[in-house]
Design a binder for this molecule. Structure first.
Ligand code: ATP
Ligand code: MG
Ligand code: MG
Length: 350
């Protein structure tokens, strides 16, 4: 059998590994940690730094295809991987999606609508950008941010110094604050032959910058903006010659879908597809990167709701199971730190 290499050993790696095993593949995780949620289900694990070119090359040589659940690795490391084997999605997708400025410019060039934005390399830049964009804004680090980390919200020009310090005085982007009614994500899979399939879009609700719930159907407002959002997502996927699952996050605004960010991978807002779609995002990601035909992305229920279990919310797992309609997923993390994604629960209504 063939082996799939996965960069990153968190819950996304775990769920990819489960889907891979079901299709008869072995998985080999490469991650800086010695263990993680994916360790329980992946037969092989290499502990190594993403900066260690030699170790990455050996890893790439030992597997048939490399994919990732974590996109924040240095572009030079990606080059190393790409010269030692097949990386799917490819290096360009990683390079664009790991840098907020690059991804916004990329999407704008393809005709997508984004919040007004400006690059920020200094406090002076920030003050200039606030003048231009307006002081109701969000300052985000260009790289490495997730779950709302590395962000500072501003509402007054006097917030500049505090915000610049709060994000650690590093390469950043200032975004104007978008007024929106709802948020949604477009998740697609693109096969090695270029065929694209979309899952239904979920309405996503964030609490404190962290995804809380994803619900399908998303409702009329979002459904009215899907054609435009999907057309943009397909353009992005084609332009990157993308293979695998790709996620774009949008705000449903009065001006139409506003692109927020993309993830070159399976996504938390697609966890509902494990039970709620005919083929899950994880299975189709594996099929795509292995060059197999894609499975049907249609709905398996009339309504699907996914709720994240953050920190201590996971302590209620037995209570959750007492409702037979609930599907419980726990990621095997030992410490329920505040803000940490411990698991999720999915509920289908037929
Ligand atoms: P993720 O965990 O999704 O990767 P992240 O840390 O990359 O999150 P973003 O998606 O950029 O962060 O922002 C988190 C949330 O903050 C968004 O889902 C949205 O609710 C809000 N937000 C971000 N940017 C803006 C904006 N320009 N205007 C209004 N709200 C925003
Ligand atoms: Mg993000
Ligand atoms: Mg986001």
């Amino acid at each position: 059998g063939s082996t799939i290499g996965i960069l990153g050993g968190g819950q996304l790696g775990r769920m990819i590994a489960v889907a891979a095993a079901q299709l008869g593949y072995r998985t080999h995780i490469y991650a800086p940690e010695s263990s993680g949620p994916a360790a329980d289900v992946s037969p092989r694990w290499t502990q190594g730094a993403y900066e260690d070119a030699e170790a990455l090359a050996a890893f790439a040589d030992s597997v048939d295809v490399v994919t990732y659940e974590f996109e924040n690795i240095d572009p030079s490391a990606v080059e190393v991987l790409a010269t030692h084997g097949l990386v799917r999605p490819g290096a360009q997708a990683l390079r664009v999606a790991q840098d907020r400025l690059a991804e916004k410019r990329f999407v704008c060039d393809l005709g997508g609508l984004t919040a007004p934005f400006a690059p920020v390399e200094s406090l002076d830049d920030l003050e200039e950008a606030l003048d231009r964009i307006g002081s109701r804004a969000i300052l985000k680090t260009n790289r490495m941010g997730y779950d709302g980390k590395g962000q500072a919200r501003l509402s007054d020009p006097g917030d500049a110094v505090g915000a610049w310090n709060a994000i650690g005085r590093q390469s950043a982007i200032l975004e104007g604050f978008v007024t929106f009614a709802q948020e949604f994500s477009v998740i697609l899979v693109r096969g090695a032959d270029g065929q694209i399939r979309f899952w239904d879009s979920a309405a996503n609700v964030h609490t404190d910058g962290i995804l809380d719930t994803s619900t399908v159907p998303a409702g009329p407002l979002i459904e009215g903006q899907l054609a435009g959002a999907r057309a943009l997502a397909a353009k992005v996927a084609d332009a990157l010659d993308y293979v695998g699952v790709l996620t774009l996050e949008f705000f449903a605004s009065a001006d139409g879908p506003v692109f927020n960010e993309m993830a070159p991978r399976v996504h938390n807002s697609g966890h509902w597809t494990i039970e709620g779609a005919l083929t899950s995002q994880f299975e189709n990601h594996v099929r795509a990167i292995c060059g197999l035909p894609l499975g049907d992305t249609g709905l398996a229920a009339a309504k699907v709701e996914m709720r994240n279990l953050i920190g201590e919310q996971a302590n209620d797992w037995l209570q959750i199971l007492s409702d037979p309609a609930n599907h419980l997923h726990l990621y095997g993390k030992h410490e329920a730190r505040p803000g940490r994604k411990m698991g999720h629960v999915t509920r289908l209504t037929l």
